[in-house]
Design a protein around this ligand. Structure first.
Ligand code: AMP
Length: 378
């Protein structure tokens, strides 16, 4: 166990690192942040911020030596630098776990090899997608293997004409081609696993995306209780099989017959877990700190039905491509059982996650109705 007072290092300085750092400090830890870009959201609340590229091994090893344990809030960290710090300080989740989860081909191959339910897919290793599309059939979705998030690097194919267009766009890039799933709901489970092998899954969140970006997360998810229980059991089994220490977010599709299929894994706190800050006995950020520092895991009982709403840069008033006004924060601040979080990012941009708010109510339906109305008034 790493007692409070020790130093947690976080690779990546975005909002996940910021909220993780705040949770660590609440428990009495010191927080060091490593992030290429200066004046990052996590650096603003850290005891120390280091700005250098991940490839700067001297800066990274110096950073690792200043920490008692290191974690990350961002998956696109090259594996060579992680291998360099691994002998210096415990890294949780491990570089091996990140290696699997940061690449869609490796992630899907791992799910297949370990017989976890996943979307039917084929690999397009040589950058030619046509054979993979033929193998899974239309409609399907092509996704680049690396560096994709929030629907970036993806294209849905429904017709032969789409295939022709996609073949040109994705030529030479490593991709996976997935069968298009007619899901009835998208859900996610954030699960924590301790070094002792204890797993604890947060209640399932139901996720509503707009333009491929998470818009609302609802807890409890509006799915049948046995399906929710199966999703939580599945997420815990995946965390166990990975042998991970820390948090794992498992994104799932729920089909009409209740079948659940894994879409993606993320070995870190997740946007769909932000509701836990107010809605749950322990927040996902505190749980991650507890897991990577070897503290007992916290309880995951829902305090109140909750709906989290992402606030993107689009919520600002824009005129001729320039910011012309702030969102109406007072609308959210005036609302009872509602909490606003802003990430301190200097510049809003359309599509950029700037903050979120969470509405709590007696039922998830009531919370959603208030959340939608508030979002419209922002
Ligand atoms: P991803 O980046 O893989 O999480 O994909 C972003 C979003 O695209 C998902 O949250 C889904 O809404 C949608 N999507 C991705 N893959 C599929 C699929 N195979 N079938 C249907 N929808 C998908």
């Amino acid at each position: 166990m790493l007692p409070p007072g020790k130093t947690l290092g976080i690779l990546g300085g975005g909002q996940l690192g910021r909220m993780l750092g705040q949770a660590a400090q609440s428990l009495g830890y010191r927080v060091h942040v490593f992030e290429p870009a200066a004046r990052c959201p996590a650096g603003a609340v850290a005891n120390r911020e280091v700005n250098a590229p991940y490839e700067d091994l001297a800066a990274l090893t110096d950073f690792a030596r200043s920490c008692d344990v290191v974690t990350y809030e961002f998956e696109n960290i090259p594996s060579a630098p992680l291998a360099a710090i691994a002998p210096l300080v415990p890294l949780h989740p491990t570089a091996a776990v990140l290696h699997i989860c940061q690449n869609r081909q490796r992630e899907k191959a791992w799910l297949r090899a370990n017989q976890f339910p996943h979307v039917r897919y084929a690999e397009a290793l040589d950058g030619e997608i046509a054979p993979a599309v033929a193998a899974v059939g239309l409609p399907c979705v092509v996704k680049t293997a690396d560096f994709g998030y929030d629907g970036k690097g993806q294209m849905k194919l429904a017709t032969a004409a789409d295939l022709e267009k996609a073949s040109a766009i994705f030529r030479g890039r490593r991709c996976v081609v997935e069968r298009w799933v007619e899901f009835t709901a998208e859900v996610s489970v954030v699960v924590a696993r301790s070094a002792a092998g204890e797993t604890r899954a947060f209640p399932v969140a139901e996720n509503i995306h707009t333009h491929h970006i998470l818009d609302f997360s609802l807890v409890p998810a509006r799915i049948a209780p046995p399906v929710a229980a199966a999703a939580e059991t599945l997420a815990a089994a995946i965390a166990d099989r990975l042998g991970l220490v820390g948090l794992l977010a498992v994104e799932l599709f729920v089909a009409a017959d209740g079948e659940i299929l894994v879409n993606e894994l993320a070995p870190r706190p997740h946007n769909s877990g932000h509701w836990s800050l107010e809605g749950c006995e322990t927040s996902q950020f505190e749980q991650h700190v507890r897991a990577v520092c070897g503290l007992p895991l916290g309880g995951v009982a829902v305090r109140e039905p909750s709906v989290m709403v992402n606030i993107l840069g689009d919520a600002w008033r824009w005129r001729d491509g320039a910011v012309a006004g702030e969102p109406a924060w007072t609308e959210v601040l005036r609302e009872p059982r509602t909490k606003l979080h802003l990430y301190g990012k200097a510049e809003p941009r359309p599509g950029r996650k700037m903050g979120h708010f969470t509405v709590r109510d007696t039922t998830v339906g009531a919370a959603l109705a208030r959340a939608q109305a508030l979002k419209a008034r922002l």
